[in-house]
Ligand binder design. Structure first.
Ligand SMILES: Nc1ncnc2c1ncn2[C@@H]1O[C@H](COP(=O)(O)OP(=O)(O)OP(=O)(O)O)[C@@H](O)[C@H]1O
Ligand SMILES: [Mg+2]
Length: 451
């Protein structure tokens, strides 16, 4: 421990005494909790019983407070120790993983196995729970904060930690190898500059996407699980001009828009008695009565797709959403399937018509073998009316065959904009980056059919 830490611990407690407000107490709790996690040997801790563990932690916190903390009454001291330990024990062996910002996902497959994702790669950690009971208790602690419970009658549940992490739990008998917990870190909001720095997209393509959003093209981001769809949607939404009224609709609120005029709506699962559900579709329909300039739907995965497309076709162009699919073609076909899930009986060709006229551009994301997320393709929808879907590449990432070390050597390629897209940008007085103009490369990608 250095002098800096000492003065920090002292200052926190001084704050505490000065005004006695809850914020300062919370700060001392979180400070000592962090110090505790730094000091304590977790591997050793997991071998202890619950009561031994508490005693050990209390002893450590007491030592930390006597060295780093201010002078305080023994009652104050006991309260502080108890609260720090309570918080530290809250999520057991998961605490240090949650405290580590480089961990983006935590996966618990039964009490004996804890995996994490770091830098896009999955690895097993040495952490484990003392037994099934302790794991279940941790799960219970998490889901009870959102008034849900996990038991035989409701063996799977989605919840969210107070800090924003998204949690899914599924227990036996559905999970065959023990209770399984998946925690997704609340996605960091990356700016486009950061995405360019990380190699997700190159500068010209980022500039093009900016122009497209501002020119009100309707864009669907597509990709597999964890490919970075929500992150890109957040960054793209950042290009919407501040003067517009934006309504965001999500299953669990992850978007963090910075514009001054944003209304955020979040769907609600049914409660324990199976009542009170509000779906994404309900929210999309309701949003149309809220005078939106733009609707941003976190992800379409059900009958709301048709409502979303209809909204895009009736004056709410420039709307943005994501869909789960592994290629731009597959995204269109997935949208077609999703629209057909609606209870409105519409002939199949008419559904295609809706998609062809609503969606201008698909952005395909992929997590590559080196763990990086990149824009694999930006493609314009080139089909109209009831035609079979057709796509024309505007930009794409091409790479050499991946070697055994899984490094990726590749580059972004650019093609000149299809006429209708170029025209839309021109009408909106949005500049087209040079590499996408016919003058620069002169190459227009061929149209391909989505089959
Ligand atoms: N371009 C990127 N570069 C590096 N990390 C990224 C990038 N995009 C997303 N991530 C990280 O990857 C994880 C998953 O991102 P995100 O939630 O955006 O994916 P998703 O495709 O929306 O996932 P899901 O299918 O679960 O909705 C997050 O931890 C996020 O911070
Ligand atoms: Mg997402």
């Amino acid at each position: 421990m250095g002098l800096k830490d000492l003065s920090r611990g002292q200052r926190l407690l001084d704050d505490d005494r000065d005004n006695g407000d809850g914020g300062a107490l919370a700060r001392s709790i979180s400070y000592f909790r962090r110090r505790l996690l730094e000091d304590v040997e977790l591997r050793e801790l997991v071998t202890l019983s619950a009561s031994q563990r508490r005693a050990r932690l209390e002893r450590t916190v007491a030592q930390l407070i006597s060295v780093e903390g201010a002078v305080m009454s023994s009652a104050q001291r006991t309260t502080l120790i108890r609260q720090v330990v309570d918080e530290a024990l809250g999520l057991g062996v998961l605490e240090p993983l949650l405290a580590d910002p480089t961990v983006t996902e935590i996966m618990v497959n039964g009490p004996g196995e804890v995996w994490i994702e770091r830098d896009g790669r999955i690895q097993r950690t040495g952490a484990f729970f003392a037994g099934e009971a302790e794991l279940l208790q941790t799960i219970d602690r998490i889901v009870s904060t959102v008034n849900r419970r996990v038991d035989e009658s409701s063996p799977m549940v989605d919840a969210r930690l107070p800090t924003g992490e998204r949690v899914n739990a599924i227990i036996p008998p559905l999970a065959l190898h023990g209770a399984t917990l998946t925690i997704r870190r609340f996605p960091r909001a990356f700016t486009f500059e950061q995405l360019v720095d990380m190699g997700t997209v190159d500068e010209p393509t980022a500039a093009l996407l900016r122009a497209m959003v501002r020119a009100r093209l309707s864009i669907v981001i597509s990709g597999g699980t964890g490919a970075g769809k929500t992150t890109l949607l957040n960054a793209l939404s950042g290009f919407i001009p501040g003067a517009e009224r934006i309504i965001t609709i999500e299953d669990s609120a992850e978007l963090q828009l910075q514009q001054p005029h944003v209304v955020s709506l979040e769907a609600r699962p049914p409660n324990v008695e199976g009542k009170g559900q509000v779906t994404i579709r309900d929210l999309v329909r309701n949003s149309l009565r809220m005078r939106p300039d733009r609707i941003v739907v976190g992800e379409v995965r059900g009958p709301e797709t048709l409502d979303m497309l209809q909204a895009m076709n009736t004056g709410h162009d420039g709307s943005l959403s994501t869909v789960h699919a592994n290629s731009a073609e597959a995204a269109l076909i997935r949208l077609e399937t999703l629209t057909s899930m609606s209870d409105v009986a519409i002939p199949f060709e008419a559904l295609r018509d809706q998609i062809n006229s609503a969606i201008d551009v698909i952005v395909q994301l992929e997590r590559f073998a080196d763990g990086r997320r990149r824009i694999r393709e930006v493609a314009a929808v080139a089909s109209a009316h009831r035609d079979t879907f057709r796509l024309r590449t505007i930009g794409r990432f091409e790479h050499e065959p991946v070697g055994p070390d899984r490094t990726i050597i590749g580059r972004f390629e650019h093609f000149s904009l299809p006429e209708p897209v170029a025209y839309r940008l021109m009408l909106a007085a949005e500049p087209t980056p040079e590499v996408f103009t016919a003058g620069a490369s002169g190459v227009t990608a061929p149209v391909r059919e989505a089959v």
